[in-house]
Design a protein around this ligand. Structure first.
Ligand code: HEM
Ligand SMILES: *[C@@H]1O[C@H](CO)[C@@H](O)[C@H](O)[C@H]1NC(C)=O
Ligand SMILES: *[C@@H]1O[C@H](CO)[C@@H](O)[C@H](O)[C@H]1NC(C)=O
Ligand SMILES: *[C@@H]1O[C@H](CO)[C@@H](O)[C@H](O)[C@H]1NC(C)=O
Length: 320
C-alpha cells in the first residue's frame, strides 16, 4: 500500500515537472503581458545598427558571453560594485572587448516605459542577438522567452568557460560540449565570426607564428599589427576579411583559404573532424543558416532561470 502511494506521488511530481508551465521557455511568453515587446526591441536595435553597423555583431557576441556563464541569465550585465560585488564585465574575455551594454540599457528603458517590471534583461539580450543577426542580413528565428535575471555573476566562470582564441579544436569541442552543445553546434555558431572585429592582441600570434595561414593574408594583417607586444594591441581587423558587416557564409570560405583570423577559427579547418562541415557551410549558405539557427536556439536554452527563480531586474546593471 505505502509503496503504491509513493509511486503515485512520484508520478504526479514527474508529470508536473514536465508540464509546459514548469521551467520551459516559450515564444508566446509575453504575448499578453507585453505585446509590443518585439517591435520595441527591433526598433531600438535597428537605430543602434544604423549608427554603428558593427553593433549587430557585438549584440550577437554579448548573448554568447551571457549564455556560457551561469546560463542565459543576464549575469554579464551586472556592474562591479567595488568591495561588495564582483561581476563578469572585468573578466579577461569581456574587459575592453564586449560591446553593446548601452544598447541593452536603451532597449530596457524603452520596454520598461511600455510594460513596467515584466520583461527580463536576459530575454532582451536574446532578442537583441536575433535582431542583430537579421539586421546584418542573416537568418531569422523565433526566440523562446521567459528567462529571468540572475542575482549573481561569476567572473571566475567567465574566465574559465569562455573559449580562448588560442584554443585547439579538441579544447573548443570540449568547451561547447560542457554546455550541452555538439561539435556541429560549435562549428555553426562560430559562423557568427562572419561579422565583427578582433583586436591585434588576440590574432598577433596567429599572423606571425602559425604555419596554416595564407601568406598574403598574414602580410595584410601584419601591416598594422606589429609582432611586438604592447604596440597597436587594440588595432582592429575584421574576422571575415571581405564582408565583415554582412551576415553570410563567407567566414567558411575564409577558412577554406587559410584566412581565418583567429587561431581558434582556423582550427575548424586544419585537417580535423570539422573540415567536412566547414566545406559544406562554405558552399551552402542555406545549410549554414539552418544549423546556425538550430544552434542559437540551443544556446539560448542553456540553464535559464524560470518560474519564480531569479528576478526581473529594474535596471539591467544592478540586482534589485
Ligand atoms: C568558438 C569559440 C570562440 C572563440 C575562441 C571566440 C573568440 C572571439 C574573440 C577573441 C573575439 C575578438 C574579441 C576582441 O578582440 O575584442 C571574438 C569576436 C566575436 N565573436 Fe567570438 N569566439 C568564439 C565563438 C563565438 C560564438 C559562438 C559567437 C556567437 C554565436 C561569437 C560571436 C562573435 C562576434 C559577433 C564577434 C565580433 C564582435 C564585435 O565586433 O564586437 N563568437 N570572438
Ligand atoms: C506600448 O506600445 C504600443 C505600441 O507602440 C502602444 O500602442 C501602447 O499604447 C503602449 N503601451 C503603454 C502602456 O505605453
Ligand atoms: C515563427 O512562428 C510563427 C508562428 O508559429 C510561424 O508562422 C513562423 O514561420 C515562425 N518563423 C520562423 C522563422 O521559424
Ligand atoms: C599602428 O596602427 C596604425 C593604424 O591604426 C597604423 O597606421 C600604424 O602603421 C600601426 N603601427 C605599426 C607599428 O604597425
Amino acid at each position: 500500500m505505502a509503496s503504491s502511494t509513493t509511486g503515485h506521488c512520484l508520478f504526479l511530481v514527474l508529470l508536473l515537472r514536465s508540464s509546459a508551465a514548469y521551467g520551459q521557455l516559450s515564444t508566446s511568453f509575453y504575448d499578453t503581458s507585453c505585446p509590443s515587446l518585439q517591435s520595441i526591441v527591433r526598433s531600438v536595435v535597428s537605430n543602434a545598427i544604423a549608427a554603428d553597423r558593427r553593433m549587430g555583431a557585438s549584440l550577437v557576441r554579448l548573448f554568447f558571453h551571457d549564455c556560457f556563464v551561469q546560463g542565459c541569465d543576464a549575469s554579464i550585465l551586472l556592474d562591479d560594485v567595488p568591495g561588495t560585488f564582483v561581476g563578469e564585465k572585468t573578466a579577461f574575455p569581456n574587459a575592453n572587448s564586449v560591446r553593446g551594454y548601452d544598447v541593452i540599457n536603451n532597449v530596457k528603458a524603452a520596454v520598461e516605459a511600455n510594460c513596467t517590471g515584466v520583461v527580463s534583461c536576459a530575454d532582451i539580450v536574446a532578442l537583441a542577438a536575433r535582431d542583430g543577426t537579421v539586421l546584418l542580413n542573416g537568418p531569422t528565428w523565433n526566440v523562446s522567452l521567459g528567462r529571468r535575471d540572475s542575482m549573481t555573476a561569476s567572473r571566475d566562470q567567465a574566465n574559465s568557460d569562455l573559449p580562448s582564441p588560442f584554443a585547439s579544436l579538441s579544447t573548443l569541442i570540449a568547451a561547447f560540449s560542457s554546455k550541452g552543445l555538439s561539435a556541429q553546434d560549435m562549428t555553426a555558431l562560430s559562423g557568427a565570426h562572419t561579422v565583427g572585429f578582433a583586436q591585434c592582441q588576440v590574432y598577433r600570434d596567429r599572423i606571425y607564428k602559425d604555419n596554416n595561414i595564407n601568406q598574403q593574408f598574414a602580410k595584410l594583417r601584419q601591416s598594422d599589427c606589429p609582432a611586438t607586444q604592447g604596440i597597436n594591441d587594440t588595432v582592429l581587423a575584421p574576422l571575415d576579411v571581405a564582408t565583415q558587416l554582412t551576415f553570410d557564409n563567407a567566414y567558411y570560405g575564409d577558412l577554406l583559404k587559410n584566412k581565418g583570423l583567429l587561431h581558434s577559427d582556423q582550427e575548424l579547418y586544419n585537417g580535423g573532424s570539422q573540415d567536412a562541415l566547414v566545406k559544406k557551410y562554405g558552399s551552402n549558405s542555406a545549410a549554414f543558416f539552418a544549423d546556425y539557427v538550430t544552434a542559437m536556439v540551443k544556446m539560448g536554452n542553456i540553464n535559464p532561470l524560470t518560474g519564480t527563480a531569479g528576478q526581473i531586474r529594474a535596471n539591467c546593471a544592478v540586482v534589485n
